[in-house]
Design a protein around this ligand. Structure first.
Ligand code: FAD
Length: 318
């Protein structure tokens, strides 16, 4: 089923979903199942699986010179989706990114997903390669998530890259996109970021999942601003609990978000990470309860392989 069909069927009940990362290359599906087995007791209707582009490393050659080599540290998104459906019978939402993909690669990935009966994708641009500093598409690839949404929407209408394909099978993907309650870090301001979100919606996006936030007011303001602009598709809050003191700087550095004062003070005063974890779990429970009371369609938890923490939160909220 499509994500939006689950929202409609829930009739105002707040659903729960989880996001997982493929294991590092050389790892096993067991780590995914170890994360998901206990979480399945909450009956998530769908599971998101992230996608990670190749990274570049400098490898020393026999000649002594260094060569720039591409490696994919976390392959396997499509295979993991198939394995999840096979084991649990729940729907999956593979993430698709522009970075490192040509339009042809994207089309072929969508064909694989369609043949696997995957009905949902989260269409993203992806981050810049760390050596580039700014996002550079692969030659023949997309610059923005907007262009990826257009390509997926086109395939839903039977339009393939090869113009000789007449009456190609129409895929039927439900398309999710990313939203940023505290603004995407590259956007000049919130207004322009929202206008670009609106373009993704007008191009065919069916729902939005947000970047994590620790102050629900950011989310409520964001939803209101979207509604004021005429964006009326479901907006799903993404949450991640803080569990280590070091994350006070790591999370803002990596995700460009702010931490509320009360949370920062409590974490700064904590004597060790055991205490920080308790503070983070309690904070996330309170955030979740408030969001649920506000009738959000779903709460999307970034699990980061820490199922025990997510279990405690979900147990207190659902
Ligand atoms: P876009 O919507 O393309 O926006 C990127 C920037 O360009 C924004 O600043 C926007 O304002 C601007 N912009 C948009 N359209 C235009 C335009 N027409 N002209 C000029 N500027 C424009 N990354 C991964 O690599 N793998 C994942 O699995 C993954 N999962 C994610 C899941 C969620 C829920 C979220 C919130 C993020 C995820 N990311 C993932 C990170 C994401 O790829 C980055 O945040 C990326 O920098 C932006 O992606 P986007 O889809 O929001 O891009």
């Amino acid at each position: 089923m499509k994500v939006t069909e689950y929202f409609e069927a829930a009739q105002g009940r707040t659903l729960i979903s989880f996001e997982i990362l493929p294991p590092l290359k050389g790892g096993s599906m067991k780590t995914i199942f170890d994360t998901l087995d206990p979480l399945m007791s909450f009956k998530p209707p769908f599971i998101d699986v992230t996608y990670h582009r190749e990274e570049y490393i400098y490898k020393k050659q026999e000649s002594g010179f260094y060569e720039k080599v591409a490696i994919r540290k976390r392959p396997g998104t499509v295979g993991i989706c198939a394995a999840i459906v096979n084991r649990y019978g729940v729907d999956t939402v593979p993430h698709l990114i522009c970075g490192g993909f040509t339009k042809e690669d994207t089309e072929n990935a969508l064909i694989d997903l369609n043949f696997l009966n995957v009905r949902n994708v989260l269409a993203l641009r992806g981050d810049a390669d760390k050596f580039d500093g700014r996002f550079i598409p692969k030659p023949g690839g997309h610059h923005y998530a907007l262009d990826l949404v257009k390509q997926i929407k086109g395939m839903n209408e039977g339009i393939y890259l090869d113009e000789n394909i007449d009456k190609g099978e129409k895929t039927d993907f439900c398309i999710g996109v990313a939203g940023y309650p505290e603004k995407h870090f590259e956007a000049a301001n919130m207004n322009i970021d929202l206008l670009f979100l609106k373009e993704k919606v007008e191009a065919g996006a069916n729902y939005v999942v947000t970047q994590m936030f620790f102050d629900n007011q950011h989310f409520f303001n964001y939803v209101k601003a979207c509604h004021d602009l005429g964006i009326s598709i479901p907006i799903v809050p993404g949450l991640k609990p803080l569990t280590k003191k070091a994350q006070l700087s790591a999370i803002p550095r990596n995700f460009y978000i702010n931490m509320p004062d009360d949370l920062v003070k409590a974490v700064m005063n904590a004597k060790d990470d055991k205490v920080v974890k308790e503070i983070g779990i309690e904070w996330c429970i309170q955030q979740s309860k408030e969001l649920k009371a506000a009738n959000v369609p779903c709460i999307h938890y970034y699990t980061m392989g820490d199922q025990d923490t997510i279990m405690r939160i979900a147990n207190a909220v659902y």
